[in-house]
Design a protein around this ligand. Structure first.
Ligand code: MSP
Length: 519
């Protein structure tokens, strides 16, 4: 271990629904990043989980004829097993019903209360159950909630309020001083606009009377109320890091980055930092915000039936083409568009053709001309130098882009190397060299160099396509490579393949896909 720490969280997902393309993207992107940082030798902590409380879940439980506790636990199990079946390597799947989390919520509520930052007030406003909060004028359009396009309810209640607005000046200064707190930049600007005077964002109602909502964590200073679901949910990030009891919580926490979709920028960009500040706790390291997926050019919604179930994608096409598409297609921070035919096209062009062919022709020729073992190369000539430099450049680019959460750019860099390796083989025409005994050295050098490039490609693809990369490396005779690898440096190394290492051809790494509609 380098001693460097990297903690990463996904949002904890509401259990009134099931995993769809949007949740899959956040979770897969986080998994790819966590895998990369592990391969870089860092101490990684990766957390995902489920948000079990609140009116939405209580309502869904009622519709299902179950108690909220039973319903929420049952659906949380489905979420967790979905990520398990997709080989998402989280360190903890947190549930807001976990005992340590409940204790942490009570502790932070008390801390903010003791600091004189919570007030009891009578309040009247428009409430959106979809958002689980009172709306401001800016949140509505033509009398409807902008996000949910439903009519909010008029509600009058006595509730506890967190004096959030007192922290806006501090937050603005923090964001000016540390622009890296929220990236991409457009989202930092959005948060700054939210907290600017006159933006309508005020104090935060953090309680719900039990007579209206019983399914939640009780407020420690008033047993007639439960916590507002967001006040409870955001604390998951701290409780997951071991706050307040575990001795190493602070190191983990200070290394913590939250990955979220743009729909929940306000709670993460405004509620959460101000809550932490009021409680006298340090801020998270960063917030990284991605855009939204549309499916077949429409918003993802239950009523349109276009949610895209990741397990169904796996059953139809194998999981990695789907994983690849999500990571490659979406420019991190911007919206993306999913379309099953586009996914198939990308998989066939880039995975089956570019990468699959590079591997199969290299290993087929190695089998045919070099008895299936990595051949002994001569010294590098100009073509080899170009390819070697391309390996080093890809390793540097992957590291650079992943540290900036630009997953699409990192993948693009790997596939530029795939193209460079294919061009190298085309140019060297080893099949011609194989016809002349005098060109045996050239043939060996070409195939050894193609194997070396494939080794770099296999290592660099590990965070993105874990299964395919492990198989690719196994075929190169490097079954153990990932266990000992240290990225990015190992992927930039050229002379790491030992001549004489047995390789194996295998079947197509990515069989060509055809559209499947029947299930
Ligand atoms: N429970 C809250 C989060 C609490 S975190 C302290 C919640 N849950 S959710 O189930 O609605 O999940 C929202 C998250 O799912 C988004 O922030 C995003 O990460 C992901 N997505 C949901 N729909 C999405 C798209 N259409 N596209 C991309 N991601 C989106 O909000």
């Amino acid at each position: 271990m380098s001693g460097k720490k990297f903690s990463l969280t996904t949002p904890i997902y509401y259990v009134n629904g099931l995993p769809h393309i949007g949740h899959s993207y956040s979770t897969i992107a986080a998994d790819a990043l966590a895998r990369y940082h592990r391969l870089a030798g860092e101490a990684v902590y990766f957390q995902t989980g489920a948000d079990l409380h609140g009116e939405k879940v209580q309502g869904a439980a009622e519709d299902a004829g179950e108690t909220p506790a039973h319903f929420a636990a049952r659906v949380s199990d489905i979420w967790q097993s979905t990520w398990d079946r997709l080989d998402i390597r989280y360190d903890r799947f947190i549930r807001t019903t976990d005992a340590d989390h409940r204790r942490a919520v009570a502790k932070i509520a008390n801390a903010i209360h003791d600091a004189g930052q919570i007030e009891f007030r009578e309040y009247e406003g428009l409430y959106c159950v979809g958002c689980e909060r009172f709306l401001t004028d800016r949140d509505t359009k033509d009398g409807l909630c902008r996000d949910h396009e439903t009519k909010p309810e008029a509600r009058r209640e006595a509730n506890y309020f967190f004096k959030m607005s007192e922290h806006f000046d501090w937050l603005a200064r923090e964001l000016e001083r540390h622009p890296e707190l929220i990236e991409p930049e457009r989202y930092r600007n959005e948060v700054l606009a939210m907290i600017r005077e006159g933006s309508g964002l005020e104090d935060l109602c953090i309680s719900r009377p039990k007579e209206r909502l019983s399914w939640g964590i009780e407020l420690p200073f008033d047993s007639n109320y439960v916590c507002y679901v967001w006040f409870d949910a955001l604390v998951n990030y701290l409780s997951g890091c071991g706050w307040p009891d575990k001795p190493d919580w602070e190191a983990r926490w200070r290394a913590c980055t939250h990955l979220i979709g743009k729909d929940i920028l306000k709670p993460h960009g405004v509620f959460w930092p101000t809550m932490l500040h009021a409680a006298g706790l340090p801020l998270f390291r960063g917030l990284r915000v991605h855009g939204h997926w549309q499916v077949e050019a429409r918003k993802v919604s239950k009523s349109l039936g276009n949610m895209i179930d990741p397990l169904r994608m796996k059953a139809r096409y194998g999981f990695e083409p789907f994983r690849y598409f999500l990571l490659r297609e979406m420019s991190f921070g911007l919206d993306g568009s999913f379309n099953e035919d586009a996914m198939i096209e990308r998989a066939n062009a880039q995975l089956s053709n570019a990468l699959g062919n590079l591997l199969s022709r290299t290993l087929n020729m190695t089998a045919r001309y070099c008895e299936g073992v990595v051949p002994e190369p001569d010294d590098d000539g100009p073509d080899e130098t170009v390819l070697r430099d391309a390996c080093a450049a890809a390793a540097t680019a992957v590291d650079h882009h992943l540290r900036r959460f630009e997953l699409h750019r990192a993948l693009e860099a790997v596939f530029q190397l795939v193209d460079a390796a294919n061009r190298y083989i085309d140019r060297r025409e080893p099949w011609k060299a194989a016809r002349t005994a005098a060109r045996a050295g050239e043939l060996r050098t070409t195939l050894a160099s193609a194997c070396r490039a494939l080794r770099s490609i296999g290592l660099l693809l590990a965070p993105f396509l874990p299964e395919a990369s492990a198989e690719l490396l196994r075929r190169l005779g490097l079954g153990d490579a990932l266990r000992n690898a240290r990225l990015p440096d190992d992927a930039a190394r050229w002379n790491m393949l030992i001549p004489g290492t047995p390789t194996s051809k295998g079947d197509a790494l990515f069989p060509r896909l055809e559209r499947q509609d029947d299930d």
